[in-house]
Design a protein around this ligand. Sequence first.
Ligand SMILES: O=C(O)CCC(=O)C(=O)O
Ligand SMILES: [Fe+2]
Length: 994
Amino acid sequence: MQVPLASKVRAKVDPHQQRISSRISIGSDPALEGNVIGDEVNTRTTDVVVSNAKRKRPVLRLIPPCEDLSSSSSIHQSSSLSPLPTSSLSESDILHPIPIESIRNKITKRQKPASRSNNLEKENEFGRKKVHSNWTCSKAPPNILSLLRFDHIGGAPTQQALHPATQPQQPMPVIRPLTPIIRLKVHSGDDEQAVGKRKRSAPSVQDRYEGKQSRLPKQRMEPQAKPASGKKDKQSQRPKRTSNVENSREDEVHIVPLPSMPIEVSQGMPSSKLCKVLRIVGGLPRATPRRKEILSAPIKHPPVWAESRQELCEALPYYRSFQSGLYMHRRVAFGYLLEAFPAPRDIWACDGKVIISHGGGQCIRTMRPDGTPGPVSLQADQSHLDARVDTLLLAYERKTPIILIAGKGYEGLPWDLECAYVVLGWYWISSSWVEAEISPKEVSPPEGRNYFHRVKIRFDWIENQGEPWWINPLPQGNKVLTAMRESSPLTPLSSEASSPRRTPPTGVEMWSYDELDSRIPWTQDGANIGAVNEKSPKMDIRTLLNPSLGLLTPPLSSSGDGRASSTCDELKSRKHDRACWPGESALTTQTPLFTMTESSLQNPAFYPGEKCRSCRQPINQIYQEGLICLNSACKAFFLLHTKIGLLPIPPGFHLSYNDDFLVPRETPREVIIPYDIVPPEPAKRVPETEDAYEVGGRTLWRGWVCRKCGRANCRYRWEVWECRNCHNTLAPLDPACLVLPEQSRLSQPPFLGEAKVDPKSGIKSNIKMINEIGCICVIYDLAPAGKIYHLIQPHSAVSDDLLVEYQKSANQGGWFQRRALKAGAVKGQLLAQHFAVNTGASYKYQVDTLSYSFERSPQCVLMSLALITNRVRLVLGEEIGFNEILSVMYREGQKMSWHDDGETGLGPVVASLSLGSSAIMSFRPKSPNRTEMNAGFYTGISSKKVNPNTSLSITLSHGDIMIMQGRGIQIKYDHKVVPMGFRIASTARVIGDR
Ligand SMILES: O=C(O)CCC(=O)C(=O)O
Ligand SMILES: [Fe+2]
């Protein structure tokens, strides 16, 4: 049916669809239910259906007015539908795929005048609307300074820090994967008309992935590349096809059935024969695996590099994620890490000016039997519903610049990385699309298929940074090299739109079938795809192509390996309980959808074009092999458009990127670099340190990028920033800068330590007066594990002295450092959060702390040892011969997470003195499977496997003493300490023979 241009539509809204009704008008026709995505919408009343891919039902239904509504029984059935004002939908919406953004804008504009999309749209100087980067230079630099502070490892910057303009806003709406489908039930003439109109329309959802913007002029909507054959002109002159296909009323998708073969790709059997068949029948070029670019090691230093993940996270405000490959906050992407786990077709191209990677999320990392991390595979479709994918797609839409970091083990990097991480620089996301990725055996894919949707992301170098630092300058006078570079595809295009149409990229060689027969031999291992090997047995191409001749058996190998005995019957008997990768069923069907004869090959039924044969959406040619529809809702999703039809792409089939596609793109003007990749030096810039030194504040444990060598460092020394590479130092602490006791002493000490006891824990408490010092001691009985004593000692001159003495020793330098944890959960060394020094017997539990003998230790340590020993004697009535003291200094925001003190040889009594700010100390029973010692953490990174119930928490204040009595406390319980500000703790133990 042809929809008159000038006509309007009426839309019906289902008022019961409350959930989406605020965003989009909803309509639902029971007659259409479940019959939308990827299926033919078999109703003559539906011309445009916007549907929710997840729910598989239409949500908005536009009805052409030329249709008599009264005659549409399906609509009448939906009597609850209420009309949507037609003014909200324009003519172009009726005739073209309706981009979800535009629908959302229409709806939200009416409801929320200051919506996000409104913010993004501004007039440019030509009066044309365009999308602006949501992150501009004027907004970012002052705020990025705020990001340099952090509360705890992995903590996120505040929203205000990110973007003041977004402060009062509502949460970002999640973009649902609504999929527009146009069902054209027309003959070819109408078809052309409709398609022509659609071309000028706003983009579809798929266009989001394909890099097309709704406000681009017409020419930009056209795909960049020519059809794979490169003979468009000739094709257009060809007579219209006369096959049965043309006579059918509707365009159908023809998936070419191939000779069935015993292919067990998933079990590691070679798929190369199948790949070869595909190449032959599809007239595809030989596989041209991209050779890894080899660059000599860069002469220039990377501007920022690191030896551990922690150094990255503490020194760089734009990468503070210990776990994920994307650092984001509230849907703003800051940094993206390229590491060891690539997805298919991830590449580094054009000297790293183009990097194609993948969306994170929905992945599981398998572990190898030896405990090392194995490959990462998808466990669900990637889509907007995943926060990380959505954030990347938003960055793509908004043209938010993003910093890329490469980690050792990232395969794309063309030189050997001598450190764990390097910051590459600023990139913008120029394209994104969806591909099919086979699901691992152990994971259930969505019903009816065995693949997941994987989002691919293409990053382009932001040009105004100059050349990437890793590209070595060309030797002077080296004309050959220069000439090579000039003709290389590195030459940036002036714009995507002006990209010249090119001849098929190198490597695309169209062979005649006779030639094919002679040129492509079969090899037994399939390793040499396309290579000419005279000794290999050959397969008659006609035999190969025509299943109707009963030639479905694989060629008999000269080595007689028995594969010839695999017959169709055998194949048929193989159970396929679900459809495989897109088009896989066509590989095994015995009823060809399209009969290949010699003449059909000579007069192909399908001419490659710029639009998908099935969904009619424009396709960018990303791969040399030809056009592939990347609309995940389309029947032809991830099928190769070839001259003879749509071919499935089996796993293991090598797709080579089209050279045209890999040409670096010109950076759009709205992409503005908001700050330098080398963060400002902390002490000089952070506002609170401008007038006076911070002492116990957060700034002084931030990381730092050394200006001399570019190393990102953790602040590991108490008194100064020091580069662990070149020993350059920054801003040593003024020794006279101290937190005084009156600053940390609370005017109103918490009553009885504000203890909280879980009534289910069975912990009993009582109070004892320590008459000698006039203090109260609260005793918690954690029978049978042991007891905890909290001696509340609000006014102690010794404690006041100790607070000052500790700081003097620390500021003097050399004592207090953040020490390395023994078992790092992340790449590289992992330091504990707190600064510590150990004295007396060595205490090597969890953190490898340097030990000084009591004779060599600072005076303050001996003073605290004496105080603790005295107080423990008063409380327990016995003299404990403590032989070890661990002194810990916490700056604001630091803490000690769940752990036990179970050092081998540890005596039954552990006692600590608290100085400075109060801290909450909590105890919780260990999980039943974690009663063994040595499994705790000192990092602040919380483990997921722990029992979350706290049995007891007490507030330790300046001067208080806490005693744990009984080995069972360490065996049965974990404890953690969260200070409220600058704090010092001195913990005494008895360490016996190990
Ligand atoms: O900071 C504290 O009070 C105690 C620290 C602690 O638990 C330890 O050193 O093992
Ligand atoms: Fe402890």
